[in-house]
Design a protein around this ligand. Structure first.
Ligand code: ZN
Ligand code: ZN
Ligand code: ZN
Length: 307
């Protein structure tokens, strides 16, 4: 069968189950592993009234944020940020990372979104970056052709390269900040990077020629390559939370349910490859685990899918 080429960042497994949300969850270890940009676009355009309502309120909130920023009111800025993120995820629930599956995690996540956005909004370095980005954006030249109005290649990629570089820098600093430690679990850095850049891609794609679109998608890791794989053997099981029918490929430890967004354990036990004694499957089956009897490190999921 033909599947999109996704390889789990944790265990190396391919994506075999169909999915309807832009987030790709590994069918072998249950980790949240990638973003499918094409599905993201479909979700965005799914309901015109929802998208319009979002855009109108976003504009209003952006004005309020700007006002708070110019009078130096960090508290007010933070509050509007929180309101904004909550509104965003309620408008587009499919955009909420699948790892955020409880009210508690949602509250923590919104808090982190608001705190980190406020910190960078009031950080002189990021203000400087913001201005540079504005300058590059206004320097993008346009031309009209039969394809419509399109951005000119050189000036656009000056902007895109700058945007990618500062986003990467921001991500690095964010993931090294101990107060955001839980984000490693909620939203792994490479996936978060794609989430941030996907908004940029989404905004610019309509103004790019086919060639420049391909170049941008490739540059940010969004190219949709397909690979041919054997449909793996496996078994059906019921979702542990909603009883929806799920397919677990052979070798899988955790599968994600698209319907209720919860992960179900496929196996709760494994036998040590050295001494054969039973052990409990750890929370993250992609990581090597030491046998509780003999101490040998067992690797539950082999990167058996080529490279
Ligand atoms: Zn995996
Ligand atoms: Zn379910
Ligand atoms: Zn052992």
């Amino acid at each position: 069968m033909r599947v999109k080429k996704f390889r789990c960042i944790q265990c190396g497994g391919p994506k075999v189950n169909p999915y309807t949300s832009p987030y790709v969850v590994c069918d072998f270890c249950g980790a949240f592993t990638d973003i499918d940009f094409a599905v993201g676009m479909e979700t965005w355009n799914e309901s015109a009234p929802v998208t319009l309502n979002y855009q109108v309120r976003k504009m209003d909130l952006a004005h309020k944020m700007q006002a708070a920023q110019s009078r130096g009111d960090q508290r007010a800025y933070y509050n509007i940020q929180k309101e904004y993120w909550d509104f965003y995820y309620r408008s587009f629930p499919a955009y909420l990372p699948p790892s955020i599956d409880t009210d508690k995690k949602y509250a923590i996540y919104l808090e982190i979104c608001a705190v980190s956005s406020t910190e960078s909004a009031f950080d002189p370095k990021w203000q400087q970056y913001g201005m540079q980005q504005q300058t590059l954006q206004s320097a993008v030249r346009y031309s009209s052709s039969s394809e419509g109005t399109k951005a000119e290649t050189t000036s656009f990629f000056r902007l895109a390269d700058f945007f990618a570089a500062i986003t990467r820098e921001g991500m690095n600093a964010f993931y090294r900040d101990p107060k955001f430690n839980i984000m490693h679990e909620l939203l792994p850095e490479p996936v978060h990077f794609k989430m941030k850049t996907s908004m940029f891609v989404q905004a610019w794609l309509p103004y790019l020629t086919q060639q420049d679109s391909d170049r941008l998608l490739k540059m940010l890791g969004f190219s949709n390559e397909y690979v041919e794989i054997e449909r793996p053997a496996g078994s059906n099981l019921a979702c542990g939370s909603c009883s929806n029918q799920l397919f677990a490929p052979e070798g899988s430890y955790r599968v994600f349910c698209e319907k209720c967004r919860k992960t179900t354990n496929v196996k709760s036990q494994f036998f040590c490859m050295s001494c054969g004694s039973p052990n409990a499957v750890p929370e993250n089956p992609a990581k090597p685990i030491d046998c509780r009897n003999c101490g040998i490190a067992n690797r539950l999921i082999q990167p058996q899918f080529g490279s």
